[in-house]
Write a protein that binds this ligand. Structure first.
Ligand SMILES: [Zn+2]
Length: 291
């Protein structure tokens, strides 16, 4: 047998031809709708804005499927998953476009920005499909192997925050700090106190949350895991930007806090299904039943 190492240029070339094929297919319905003139360029590809419009629709769809797969019950949380998906779909495609286009340029390949955006949309869609449909099933299984696959899906949807958090994980491990792996997430002990913050697939967890045996309680892991699966469905840009803007504002308007729920179950909608696992409170209230 003769083996040849994977050539980056070959790989990118293959991805570009795949995108050309997808682009040719997506041009057909636009032609049928009679809008081809304005939305398809001279070489028969949809223009960049059409790709972003598709990303917006695809993102909203994954937001809705993700909310359903994660048993979201409050309508305001459902709406936020959909909005997070639209934001995430568009921004993720733009970011992948920038990264991949730069890679092409470095390799001396002259690829079109629109074609690369289609590649980005393809990558986001595959990751979001696994993130919405598969990750909830994997996290629910009591198996480290299942959790590892879930972790990888989440990492794909949060390359910035998960990669940065993995560096932090290494530092915590080197210092002999507590690190736990469950429900498709790493939990690292940082600082004293009793709260936790999920960044991508890593929960930055204060030491008061860890048990003496070095594990985090399963209900806390399941709470944070809901957040990591929102990331898996909507991408890190979609989740965090929506959380700190609309989610925070809506949480305050409901009489809760920007990043928490009050005793009545009102607050940041993105916290509602997560809190059913930590029972604080167990029953979230939808926005219509808050002040
Ligand atoms: Zn939370």
């Amino acid at each position: 047998m003769h083996y040849r190492p994977v050539d980056l240029e070959d790989l990118i070339g293959t991805v570009v031809s795949l995108a050309t094929w997808i682009s040719a297919i997506s041009a057909t319905p636009l032609r049928r709708l009679g809008v081809a003139g304005s939305y398809i360029d001279a070489v028969g590809q949809p223009v960049f804005l059409v790709v972003l419009l598709i990303a917006l629709i695809v993102g909203a769809g994954f937001g809705a499927v993700g909310a359903a797969a994660n048993a979201v019950t409050a309508w305001d949380e459902f709406v936020l998953w959909v909005i997070g998906g639209t934001v995430g779909g568009v921004l993720t495609v733009v970011c992948w476009d920038g990264i991949l286009w730069s890679l092409c340029a470095l390799c001396g390949l002259d690829a079109s920005v629109t074609l690369i955006a289609i590649v980005g949309l393809f990558l986001f869609s595959i990751a979001a499909l696994f993130g919405t449909v598969v990750a909830p099933l994997l996290d629910d299984i009591d198996s480290a192997v299942a959790w590892l696959f879930s972790f990888l899906i989440k990492w794909m949807q949060s390359p910035l925050l998960t990669t940065a958090s993995l560096v932090a994980t290494m530092i915590v491990m080197l210092r002999g700090g507590k690190v736990d792996f469950r429900r498709g997430m790493l939990f690292i002990a940082v600082g004293s106190g009793r709260s936790a913050l999920t960044l991508g697939a890593v929960g930055w967890t204060q030491s008061g949350c860890f048990r003496a045996d070095g594990a985090v309680p399963d209900n806390l892991a399941r709470h944070e895991s809901v957040h990591s699966r929102t990331v898996a469905a909507t991408g890190e840009l979609g989740f965090y930007l929506t959380y700190i803007t609309l989610g925070a504002t809506w949480g305050l308007a409901q009489g809760g806090s920007w990043n928490n729920l009050n005793a009545a179950g009102c607050g940041n909608p993105f916290e509602k299904s997560a809190h059913t696992f930590t029972n604080d409170p167990a029953t979230p209230r939808s926005a219509s039943h808050c002040q």
